[in-house]
Design a protein around this ligand. Structure first.
Ligand code: NAG
Ligand code: CU
Length: 233
């Protein structure tokens, strides 16, 4: 009986986790199968999140590069399909990093101060103090817009959902993420920034990572998403 209960708990815990194997652009899945332009992550089977925001896995969590490149028009709306419900509370963030000249997108590792943020989300609280986050409990991530001023070229696009249900303890926030190889077209002449490194942009003690959600539920606007400000173009 006890063993059975333990097994059920373990099964529930696994179901609670998720991966983001497909990018959707303007409502259209741009990958014909999972992990086509999105780099397969180390947790593709286990679905386990990352708990250490300074580990090398925080960049792309990747097991391998991807074979394909997805085309993403500047100004388009994006989200990802999630393998499970994104049931944990926490923000969704998106970053881009331009491939340096001389490097190839399908093999570039995304190192250096090259990442800028293009999207983040904030919680809302209803009259009964119930907090929700954009796309919480959906089988997809929250939307973001690729700024119209983003210069044309090849980029890594990084999606991240930070699960904060245990984040009042150090190193207990869980990061679920993936990187997609994308080609941005029809863009502008903006200068994206601030540029940060991953790992490097996050510390375990950042107020958006080591955080008590009971306090955020009293004042949702005080949540501080980790990392740089969003570049709006
Ligand atoms: C997200 O974007 C899609 C188009 O890609 C749109 O159909 C949908 O309404 C958007 N959702 C929200 C919550 O804005
Ligand atoms: Cu979980």
């Amino acid at each position: 009986m006890q063993l059975f209960a333990k097994f059920l708990l373990a099964a529930t815990a696994v179901q609670a986790h998720y991966t983001f194997p497909r990018l959707v652009v303007n409502g259209k899945a741009v990958e014909d199968k999972d992990w086509s332009a999105t780099r397969k992550t180390k947790n593709a089977e286990s679905k386990t999140g990352i708990e250490n925001p300074t580990s090398g896995d925080i960049r792309c969590y990747q097991a391998s590069n991807a074979a394909n490149i997805a085309t993403v028009p500047a100004g388009s709306t994006i989200h990802y399909i999630s393998t499970q419900q994104v049931n944990h509370p926490g923000p969704t963030q998106y970053y881009l990093a331009k491939v340096p000249s001389g490097a190839s997108l399908t093999s570039w590792d995304g190192s250096g101060a090259v990442w800028f943020k293009v999207g983040t989300t904030m919680p809302t609280v209803d009259a009964s103090k119930q907090m929700t986050w954009p796309a919480q409990n959906e089988y997809k991530t929250a939307n973001a817009t690729i700024p119209a001023a983003t210069p044309d070229g090849e980029y890594l696009l990084r999606v991240e959902h930070i699960a904060l249900h245990m984040a009042m303890q150090a190193n207990k926030a869980q990061f679920y993420l993936a990187c997609t190889q994308v080609k941005i077209t029809g863009g502008g002449s903006g200068s994206p920034g601030p540029l940060v490194s991953l790992p490097g942009a996050y510390k375990s003690t950042d107020p958006g990572i080591l955080v008590d959600l009971n306090k955020i539920a009293q004042a949702p606007d005080t949540y501080q998403p980790p990392g740089p400000a969003v570049w709006k173009g």
